[in-house]
Ligand binder design. Structure first.
Ligand SMILES: *[C@@H]1O[C@H](CO)[C@@H](O)[C@H](O)[C@H]1NC(C)=O
Length: 418
């Protein structure tokens, strides 16, 4: 009995000491004592950004001109040669408008130009030139009389055969310029300058200011060979939650692209890609190399955590749209880029940005992202980011921008259900 009593006394003494330590740590280390921060309450939707895409800024009616077969790029060329092109957004967006079975057609298109707010010019200049180049040994300076045979008759129809262009001096008209040099390929571009341009390259640098018309240009997603030409369906590779159907995302960072010979001083990619091919390619978890087969690439996309999106000749990269469609968190390395629909899409919630002067620290930066932050970005990408693609909600986002450019604020619910 006395032993037990003595033990009890020892236990009590120990307890007192432990309590003293705890109490003193409470007083001396403020941090430990603080309760954890709790997430802020949800606010009313009007005070929140970005808005759900179905809450439209306005719901305009769009009239689509029909171009005469005499000068329009033949359908056989549109469906043939141009289908493989990354510049195919002009045709994809046009098809979405004109296909009577598409929701875009049902929501926005009118056959009556009198009631239209906007007018779509079916200008497929990139297809015209892409086809021209393909027949001229890819000589990029070749034009195949695009101004005389295509720009002039198209704009003649729009300006002279209908009264709508003159009503607003062209400001309600929209056309797509999906190539690097946008409208500057055409000598007669002054004919269509008043229109709103949809373009895939957005660049804030001084160098290309003459290619971006502030508040007159809308940056849109670009087409990709894998998704829009070969019609790979990410759902064949990833689950509805965006996880790979087999295995896990074991590739830490993926980049398959040009050019293994690029040097740090080169203009191409501002030298960024030299660090990829010469340095990071050797790091564990990095899959970096030249272009590979589509089948191989799709499989890698499904198994990659981060997708490296460095600038090339221009700031945008087509591969970002493949990353996003497959749930790969993009690492954007393109200082000065204007991403599509920045007024409606919170890019920073689902991409990682690394500036050029920090690319040498790429591995340190990416490894420093904790699991919760990665998962937050991955979810935002899967639930919102990937919806921006051409094959998904691009038109809804374009329309939001059009409403703003025209100063129309007439909110309407599109009833998209998400
Ligand atoms: C629109 O204005 C131009 C320039 O003034 C003119 O040449 C053209 O005929 C006008 N179009 C129509 C349909 O009246």
């Amino acid at each position: 009995m006395p032993t037990v009593l003595r033990l009890n006394k020892q236990w009590i003494a120990a307890l007192v000491i432990i309590t003293l330590i705890l109490v003193s740590s409470f007083f001396f280390s403020g941090r430990q004592a603080q309760p954890p921060a709790i997430p802020l309450p949800i606010v009313e939707i009007e005070s929140y950004w970005p808005s759900p895409v179905e809450r439209a800024v306005c719901k305009p009616k769009i009239y689509v001109y029909e171009a005469s077969k005499d000068f329009q790029v033949p359908e056989s060329v549109q469906d043939g040669r141009c289908d493989e092109s990354n510049y195919n957004s002009e045709i994809i967006l046009h098809r979405q408008l004109t296909d009577p079975n598409s929701n875009i057609n049902k929501l926005y298109v009118t056959k009556n130009p009198e009631e239209a707010t906007f007018f779509y010019i079916p200008f497929f200049g990139s297809c015209y030139l892409y086809n021209c180049w393909s027949k001229n040994e890819w000589k990029w300076t070749e034009r195949c009389d695009v101004d005389e045979l295509y720009v002039d008759p198209m704009m003649n129809m729009v300006i002279n055969e209908y009264p709508y262009w003159n009503k607003t001096q062209g400001r309600t008209h929209i056309m797509v310029h999906p190539m690097d040099q946008t409208f500057t390929y055409y000598k007669h571009n002054e004919l269509f300058q008043p229109a709103v341009f949809l373009k895939t390259v957005g660049d804030k640098r001084r160098k290309w200011m003459h290619r971006h018309r502030y508040h007159r240009d809308i940056v849109i997603p670009s087409a990709t060979r894998l998704i829009h030409h070969l019609r790979y369906n990410p759902e064949d590779y990833v689950t509805t939650e965006g996880h790979p159907k087999t295995g896990t995302r074991t590739i830490f960072a993926l980049f398959q692209g040009c050019c293994t010979t690029v040097g740090p001083e080169d203009e191409y990619s501002n030298g960024i890609r030299s660090l990829f091919h010469k340095t990071f390619a050797k790091y564990p978890g990095y899959e970096i190399g030249d272009v590979i087969t589509d089948l191989e690439y799709a499989d890698k996309l499904a198994h990659a955590k981060y997708g490296l999106s460095p600038m090339g000749w221009t700031l945008d990269t087509t591969r970002i749209w493949e990353f996003m469609a497959f749930g790969v968190v993009p690492v954007v390395i393109a200082d000065g880029i204007i991403e599509p629909f920045e007024f409606d899409v919170d890019w920073d919630s689902f991409v990682v940005r690394v500036r050029r002067d920090e690319v040498h620290r790429l591995d340190e930066i990416l490894r420093g992202i904790d699991d919760k932050t990665y998962e937050y970005k991955r979810r935002k990408l899967w639930e919102y980011g990937r919806r921006v693609g051409l094959e998904m909600d691009a038109w809804h986002f374009i329309v939001r921008e059009l409403c703003r450019i025209q100063g129309i604020n007439q909110p309407e619910n599109l009833q998209l259900g998400y």
